[in-house]
Write a protein that binds this ligand. Sequence first.
Ligand code: ATP
Length: 312
Amino acid sequence: MTSAHTDPAPVTVRVPAKVNLELLVGPLRDDGFHTLSTVYQAVNLHDDVTVALDDEWGCSVSGQYADVVPTGSSNLALRAARLLAEETAVDTPVHVTIAKTIPVAGGMAGGSADAAATLVACDRLWGLGLSTEELEEYAAELGSDVPFLIRGGTAMGSGRGERLAPVLARGSYHWVFAISDIGLSTPEVYAECDRLRGDTSPRAATPEPNSQLMSALRTGDPHALAPQLTNDLQEAAVSLRPELGELLSSGMEFGALGGIVSGSGPTVAFLVEDVEAAIDLTVALTATGAAREVRKAIGPVHGAHVIPARVD
Ligand code: ATP
């Protein structure tokens, strides 16, 4: 270990998960990605990522999902640290510790969130003084969702989702996330979406954000937002896992204002009226046993930000 008295103190960054209020999928590009138009909202399901100087690069993960997150070179957080070091000519290794509460492989961008948090934490630890714009550029090299998780709030994403523009959104929204056990990989869902569309894709080459969604967000009224929630990947996710269709119907029957598959799934996000409705829906969905876990959340919240170090 490097001696503590001369080293900068470890830096901890809290980072949210995301839900896509709208996810419009255009045709497949030559580089293998789809052109997207999306509206992200950051929600307060968080991971805390701590970076500390060490003699070698390393990563460890704690929390209920620790078993299913790799700690080697495929961990997105470790990749983020190494990318930033390479790009800024830093040769000081760090150990990345992830306290994970964002569901893994749930369409909530947990790995991307950890990468975003690591960029912000390493910038502080190494004293690089990079701007948010510079960090977002490095973030885009790591994944389509990573820049948004630095920015947070509510924002539009175009390109692969990495090109961000601000959205005027008022108020706070209450969400209930039903997290299921059924595996569903992002490439599998995009492939099914392409298959279902066949050669008759109705989408224009560049999907455009829906102006009614933008108007709804300006009202701050969840009743206005609920009917505008759209996910072009939902049909594919439900086609692959019909249980998700049943879960969506149950949530609506139990009083949700709107329900949507989150990103590529399998998590289902329900928009509800207020905190009481969130508690009621959480209890009702938990009782059905249709989801492994049901969690309440509020959005929008801040993107990756430094917090006082954990003392546990
Ligand atoms: P997205 O919404 O961006 O499609 P997701 O929420 O569905 O992502 P993640 O939680 O990011 O999925 O995890 C996808 C896979 O990435 C996991 O199965 C895991 O093996 C791998 N992975 C690599 N690094 C991490 C990390 N730091 N946290 C979680 N998963 C990671």
